[in-house]
Design a protein around this ligand. Structure first.
Ligand SMILES: [Zn+2]
Ligand SMILES: [Zn+2]
Length: 230
């Protein structure tokens, strides 16, 4: 697995069907999400190929407590010694390593199949501690400032992140996906709430959008969000 450059200082590290992201910052590198269980070696190898050491990763931001996003969190935390950040509604799940929220498939056959595969992937993950609770509107003083946006619906404690570089980079994570074009995520705890969160994101301005699943949108991403969910 190799790191893929999205924009200067921003890489996606895909581990199977899920993306994690790496921000190369002089005040300490940032990892956004931690992939499925048993992904730590691949993620660390990709980081090393970028000329960084595990200890250069000072911050791990977990966007929500699904096993494909926190699966290798404990192993990555051990290897890096990084501080962890998460919304208080989802932090207890990462700290316990179990108790994942129920996910209901979005409309469509693919969603039904994918949800089943995700449910079988892991019932529990290795637990680890969270140092910082992140709430809606918090500006994390890392990588030049990352604004957290609480976006429940897919998962009650999910946060998106807005990075004011390159004309705005939105980490939309699993609020939606860009698998077969921009569309809904495979599942939601509460679809109507998920749509309200997408409307909230559609009011922001950003050039680039990054997703937990699928390729990034590299230009005029917020106008695509507005066209769909504004
Ligand atoms: Zn998810
Ligand atoms: Zn996911």
């Amino acid at each position: 697995m190799h790191a893929a450059l999205i924009a200067a200082g921003l890489y996606s590290l895909a581990v199977g069907p899920v993306n994690t992201f790496f921000l190369d910052s002089s005040d300490g590198c940032v990892l956004i999400d931690a992939g499925f269980p048993s992904s730590a070696e691949k993620i660390l190898q990709a980081i090393q190929e970028l000329g960084k050491q595990p200890k250069d990763v000072r911050h791990i931001i977990l966007t929500h407590a699904h096993p494909d996003h926190i699966g290798s969190f404990a192993a990555l935390k051990k290897a890096t010694g990084a501080d962890a950040y998460m919304h208080p509604l989802d932090a207890p799940i990462a700290i316990a390593g179990t108790g994942f929220r129920r996910l209901y498939p979005a409309p469509g056959l693919f969603s039904h199949i994918a949800i089943r595969a995700l449910a079988l992937a892991a019932q529990s993950v290795e637990p680890a501690s969270i140092e910082h609770e992140v709430r809606d509107g918090d500006v994390l003083p890392i990588a030049g400032g990352l604004t957290a946006i609480h976006v429940p619906g897919h998962c009650a404690g999910q946060i998106a992140l807005l990075w004011p570089q390159h004309g705005g980079v939105l980490f939309a994570v699993d609020t939606c996906a860009n698998m077969m074009g921009l569309g809904l995520s495979i599942g939601y705890e509460d679809l109507e709430e998920g749509k309200r969160s997408l409307k909230k994101l559609a009011q922001l301005d950003f050039q680039i959008a990054c997703f937990g699943h699928g390729k990034p949108i590299m230009r005029n991403a917020s106008s695509q969000f507005r066209a769909k969910w504004g």
